[in-house]
Structure formats: C-alpha cells, structure tokens
Design a protein around this ligand. Sequence first.
Ligand code: SRM
Ligand code: SF4
Length: 564
Amino acid sequence: MPVLSELEHIKDQSRQLRGSIAEGLADPVTGAIGEADTKLLKFHGSYQQDDRDLREERRRQKLEPLYSFMLRARLPGGVVTPAQWLVFDRLARDYASSGLRITTRQTFQWHGILKHDLKPTIAAINHAMASTIAACGDVLRNVVSTPLPVQSQAHAEAYAWAAKLSDELAPKTTAYHELWLDGEKLVGEPEPEPLYGRTYLPRKFKIGLAIPPLNDIDVFAQDLGLIAIAEEGRLVGFNLAIGGGMGATHGDPTTYPRLAEVIGFVAPAQLRDAAEQVIALQRDWGDRGERKHARLKYTLDRRGTDAFKTELERRLGFPLQAARPYRFEHNGDRYGWLQGSDGRWHLTLHVESGRLLDLDERRLLSGMRELATVHTGDFRLTCNQNVIVANVEAADRERIDAIVAAHNLDGYREQSGIRRHAIACVALPTCGLAMAESERYLPTILDKLETRLARHGLLDAPILLRLSGCPNGCSRPYLGEIALVGRAPGRYDLRLGADFAGQRLNSLYRENVDEKAILDALDPLFAGYAAERAVGEGFGDFLLRSGVLAPPSPARRIPAEVIA
Ligand code: SRM
Ligand code: SF4
C-alpha cells in the first residue's frame, strides 16, 4: 500500500468536506481559515488567497497577509440567464475587488471576497439557481460544452447532456447546504458519497463536450472529452477521448501536458454510465501518493490505455463502439453575429482575459449589466474567456448593438487577429502559484507583437497566443501557436507550433527568456510566415512545414485516422 499524500488524510477525516470550516469562518481574529480547511474549501468552490502585490509590505508592517477569497461558480456549458447575470454583477460590485472574471472553463470567478462576505455571496449565487459546489477540488469540475448554438437542435441536446453530467455526478455531501445555506447540522455519521466515497478523487477531473466543427472548449485537454456526433442535425452519440491535461512542473520530466486519446463511441443512453465509470476507475486506479502524478493522464501512461479501456468495458458490461469520424476546424471563438439553424441570432463579444470591469471609458461590467436588463435570451461564457449574447430575436438586434457600441464592447471589430485570439490566465496578484505576470502582461506583449506583425503585414493573421504565469497551464498554453509560460518575473518559456484546432501540442522553442529575446525570436519567424505561407495556412502549421520546428511525435498530435 503506497504512502498516501497529506491531502488524502485531510479528505478522509473531513466528515464529507466539513472539516472545521464553520469554526474558521466564525473566527474574527484572522482574515484566514485553518490550513487544512483551505484545502476543503476548494470543494465548496473557493480558494483562500492573499494580495501578492502587498505581501512584502504587510510582512514589513508585521501584519498578516491581506487574505481574501476567490469564488468560482459552477455553470455547466457556461449558460447564464439575464436574471442570474444581474445577481452575479451585484455580487461583483458589493463584495469582489476586481469585477467579474470569465474563466477558461466558461464560468465566473469573483476575487477579493472577505471572509465574512463569503457566506452571503455563496447564498446569493444559490438563490439565483446556480452553485459553487465542486467548482474546484478533487471532484468532477464544471462540465464545459461548446457554447455557440449555431446547430440549434444538436446543440440543445448536447448542452442538456453537459448539464445532466455536471448535476448528476456532483458530490452529494450535505456539508455545502449546512455551511452556506443554513441547512440542518449533521448529527452522527456523514451521508454516503456513492461515487466519490470518503476520499473523493485522487485529483481534479474535467469533462468537456465539443460539437464539431467547433473545438472551442479544447476537447483534447480534458480528462474526459466528449465529441458530439450529429447526423442530419440530430445528436446520435459521442466519441470518448480520455487522459488530456495541461499541467506540468518546470524541470520535472515526469510531468507533462498530454492530449486525450479517442477510445470509442457511445450512444446517448450509454453516456452517463460511461462518464461515471471513467471517473470511478480513475478514483480506484489514480495515484493517491503523489499529487503531481494523480491526474488521469498519468494513470493511463502508468497502467496503459488499453488496460484502462478493457476494465472500463468490463465494469460497463458493454463494449465501446468504434469511434465515428469527425472534423474540427478551429478552437477559437467566432466574433460578431451568427444565425442559428432555428433562426435566432448569437453575438460573440471579445473580453480581454475575460475581465469584466469598469475602467475609464471601457465600462465592460456596466455594459454587460445593461445588456442583461434588456436581453430576453441568455448569455454563454466561452472557454476562450469571451461572452455570447445568445438567442436574440432578429427584432432585438439593433437595441443590443446600440448598448454594445455605447460601452465599447465591440472592440473585436477593430482588433488584430492575434489580440482576438489571445488568452491569459489570472496569475498575479491573486494566484498563489504564479511565477510571472500573465493577465496584467497581456496588453503590453500584445502591443509589442502587433508592432512586429504590422511590419510584416500580418495584423489580420489569426494567430493563437496563450499566456500562463506558470506551467500549470490554466490558459491551455501547450495548445497555443505561440505560448509564453512563466518561469520567473519577466521570464518565460517560448513555445511554438500548435495547430488552430486544438489537435497538436506545441514545443519548447526558447527556454527561460525575457521579452526582448521573445520578440527577437519571433520577428524572423513572422517575416518567413508573411513571405512563404500557403493560402489559409496557420502560423503553427507553417513553422512545421518550413522546418523551423521538428514534426511532433504521435503522442503530441491527434492521429489523422479518427478525423473525417
Ligand atoms: Fe487552473 C490551479 C486559475 C483553468 C490547470 N488555476 C489554479 C489556481 C486555483 C491556483 C491555485 O491552485 O492556487 C488558479 C487561481 C488563480 C486565480 O487567482 O484566480 C487557477 N485555472 C484558473 C483559471 C481561473 C484561469 C483563467 O484565467 O481563466 C481557470 C478556471 C477554470 C474553471 O472555471 O474551472 C483555470 N487550470 C485551468 C485549465 C484549463 C482547462 O481546464 O481547460 C487548466 C489546464 C487543464 C488541466 O487541468 O490539465 C488548469 N490550474 C491548473 C493546474 C494544474 C493541474 C495539473 O494537472 O497539474 C493547477 C495547479 C494544481 O491543480 O495543483 C491550477
Ligand atoms: Fe496561476 Fe499558473 Fe494557473 Fe496562471 S497557470 S492561474 S499562474 S496556476
């Protein structure tokens, strides 16, 4: 029996995620809660953080760090009703420090919530018929799903599946109600967790559902990726792809980003069981000794994908069918108005780094609130940190356009290709793991890249740029045509060569370099791309074809035979 990590003991003794969180919240002496409870709090959707900009100054003043809490909602498929939007907006104004933040898993985060405001904030989110449970922690996280409902019927069915999985496979503990919603206090033994047991999963688990040709959720970065297969506009089932993940540790080759492998196809009626059994098998086979190796991707590489599939089919009691052909076109968002097959309209707006905040003349938070007061459809958050004003009647388009223009929410019309397709993770000052700036650095590096791209006539080229403040990869940087992965303040690994459909990992091009070295390395590549690219050829594809980068090993790309 391997030695269990400390977190396994904390989970085991937590009485189904209670720990002493209630006591910690009630303690007026500190803005923090107990160390072990911070780990359990994640399962309730919140991280204890401190403002890293102020850390040193507070230490000098012999003050405790400026503790606050980040809260993450669970919003399957990124769907938000206008009424919910207004509640979330109010919470951002009343309790958070930096507006609303759309995440790379199509939900909202609020940063900077003080300890005593955590309970009213969570209660209000629940009152708005949403939740924060299992938005973080060693459980199935928010299930993401292609947000753009252009193929309206297949989309509606696929979204319903994402919502069902998210709901039915969530933890069943009543600790959440007890702590945040004044539910009845537990007396005696905690309630059973049928899927998760006393120690939940070895690590976080992510499901994402993509509807080809859109891979806007990066389906191959998921622990369990579901590729919806539609025939004549109706959903007929899903290909299953298992073992994707981005996280790595600098200098540790036993950790790495990995693409999910397509292992077969299931009919809709088989999907819930298949998803549940993949999770259950990872629960049983995952590494509970070393958290760095605990994700499903490492389980598969240790035990073998074939062995995993065989055991999965044994537990399911039926074999998976052969994977069906599919084709992804790209993993970015499509900006502007698009009409769905049911006649309704959808407007995708660009939100830089997903941050909705009122700053000078850019009043994005207020603009979105005004939209929410008049909109009769719904909103969809995207995994590229953007927002879709969805299901708009033709007659309402003009009114929506006017609000969008009045609040500078239509920036996408003027932006360069690279700016429209850039994603940056939060990083400093809130993320405790950040080694370098990301969200706050994005505007600076974009300006400088745009200057170089303009010189080569490439301002309109849609190049996929991804910035992460550390190798954990929250912006899925290993799937960027250009990616910067933080090493230290002002220093990054420059990675190049992913494709534009999320089907090939990039590779390291320059290690631990500063801004000048990054720009100097990219400039001649931009020149070559401008002069020699084929029609429609992406920057990443060009770097491979022209021999700047070596062809990737099979494990770093999705095999062509499953692509239609
Ligand atoms: Fe992430 C940890 C932010 C999507 C891989 N991530 C964190 C924490 C909570 C830092 C921490 O553990 O203390 C960050 C909080 C920063 C802050 O102040 O808000 C954080 N991750 C984010 C978000 C907000 C990035 C963003 O800018 O939008 C995304 C929230 C998603 C959500 O709504 O659930 C976010 N994180 C991702 C993704 C992308 C995805 O899932 O599509 C990944 C890569 C995919 C994957 O999981 O492999 C990702 N985050 C990680 C990891 C590395 C996990 C690993 O297997 O090694 C960590 C660190 C960890 O878990 O130990 C991490
Ligand atoms: Fe923080 Fe690293 Fe994730 Fe960025 S990639 S949010 S720095 S954990």
